[in-house]
Ligand binder design. Structure first.
Ligand SMILES: NC(=O)c1ccc[n+]([C@@H]2O[C@H](COP(=O)([O-])OP(=O)(O)OC[C@H]3O[C@@H](n4cnc5c(N)ncnc54)[C@H](OP(=O)(O)O)[C@@H]3O)[C@@H](O)[C@H]2O)c1
Length: 377
């Protein structure tokens, strides 16, 4: 397992960080639970294979991930890893809730301290709320008390919100959605470089875009196949990330032992700054090929919202683009059904055009909602 520097913290952390959000679930006694018979051996195999960073969160796997991780880390495994979990901001209604959630998390994880404690899935709005509740003072106090070692945040919003958050506290690490398709999305490539300049280590999540980049459709596989060096789409995606020195650890949320062993192999061979120009061009070509299938250039800024008829415009376009780019029409149909169930489906559009006056991309929204419906319904 390749170890990597960890920005200003000076730690050595494994290139592969184990994400504990994708383990299989099973039905037992009328309840859906984590399949510990699969999950715990995966956690042990990863740690035995050199992984020293384990990432979970309060809400993962219906709130059961922390319990599974806590069980797996007994018998000497806890001491071998940096353990990260996250404060669920959406469950915080008053300042005292933060402490109560933290105590509950330590209990579930069967540990007396955390190495990394992240404010989970911050966006611009949540950050304002959490600041008012005193989250910065709370994190600073937990650090002083030795109950957490490092205070961090994970992020899902756009660049400007990220830049505000990263500069408004002395963060020890940031966890970002980053992969070769998301260079202009979320915190963006620029945001990754900015963290690097500040010495803040970047932990990557969704390096395979939640698994979408693992299953290359035929038009993408052809591009990989034409390249003289043969690697799986997963390996190309992880190598692209690890080529960047700002990236300290790539979290991979594995769902099987096979994937765990594959990733142990891949992350044993990664380095920063070694990709050739031809290899970088290959990734750019794959990105362009994916992007050429984009149905609509929606960036998810939500300026078009709220829709008076309750259509969720960005979600509809995201489902439509994902189905077209990543070859998942069946998944697109399922997600369309969820839009309908949630009362946000595009068929409610009456073409009032209110949304269009606010769209920075000048998208013909009502027309595209009809096309999306035709494809997805
Ligand atoms: N803080 C946050 O807001 C947040 C958000 C998202 C994720 N995270 C964390 O970041 C971690 C990583 O994100 P992610 O799970 O979305 O990562 P990801 O690497 O983008 O996607 C994981 C999925 O990729 C597929 N995969 C992984 N290794 C593979 C292999 N060797 N071969 C084929 N397929 C493979 C699996 O899909 P299948 O299961 O479909 O086979 C797996 O479930 C999460 O587990 C979680 O710990 C945090």
């Amino acid at each position: 397992m390749k170890m990597r520097g960890f920005g200003k913290l000076g730690l050595q952390v494994s290139a592969f960080g184990l994400g504990c959000m994708r383990f299989p679930m099973i039905e037992k006694d009328g309840k859906t639970i984590v399949n510990d018979d699969v999950a715990i051996p995966i956690i042990h195999a990863a740690i035995d294979g050199g992984v020293n960073y384990v990432d979970t969160a309060y809400g993962y796997l219906s709130g059961l991930s922390e319990i599974t991780v806590g069980k797996a880390l007994q018998g000497g495994y806890r001491e071998k890893v940096y353990l990260a979990t996250k404060l669920p901001c959406w469950k915080v209604d008053k300042p005292e809730d933060m402490q109560a959630l933290f105590e509950e998390q330590l209990q579930k994880l069967q540990t007396d301290h955390l190495d990394f404690y992240l404010v989970h899935a911050l966006d611009g709005e949540r950050w304002e709320k959490m600041k008012e509740f005193g989250v910065r003072e709370f994190l600073t106090r937990l650090k002083a008390e030795g109950r957490i070692k490092y205070a961090c945040f994970s992020f899902h919003d756009e660049y400007n919100a990220y830049m505000k958050i990263i500069d408004e506290y002395d963060w020890d690490m940031v966890q970002l959605q980053y992969n070769f398709m998301d260079i202009a999305n979320q915190a963006t490539e620029k945001g990754v470089r900015y963290a690097g300049k500040k010495g803040i280590p970047v932990v990557v999540m969704e390096g395979l875009l939640g698994g979408k980049l693992a299953n290359a459709p035929a038009f993408i596989q052809e591009i990989y196949d034409a390249f003289p060096v043969k690697r799986s789409p997963v390996e190309w995606a992880f190598r692209w990330l690890c080529d960047q020195p700002e990236v300290s650890t790539v979290l991979s949320g594995v769902s099987s032992m096979e994937q765990t062993l594959d990733n142990l192999r891949i992350f044993d061979g990664v380095e920063s700054g070694v990709m050739t120009q031809e290899e970088k061009d290959l990734i750019a070509k794959v990105r362009e090929a994916y992007q050429s299938r984009t149905k609509v250039g929606c960036t998810g800024c939500e300026y078009c919202m709220p829709c008076p008829l309750n259509v969720n415009i960005p979600r509809t376009f995201s489902v439509w683009n994902n189905a077209a780019l990543y070859g998942g029409l069946a998944k697109g149909n399922a997600e369309y059904k969820r839009l309908v169930e949630d009362g946000n489906d595009p068929e409610q559009c009456i073409e009032c055009g209110k949304c269009m006056s606010n769209c920075p991309q000048n998208i013909q929204i009502p027309e595209n909602l009809k096309l999306a419906t035709a494809d997805l319904k």
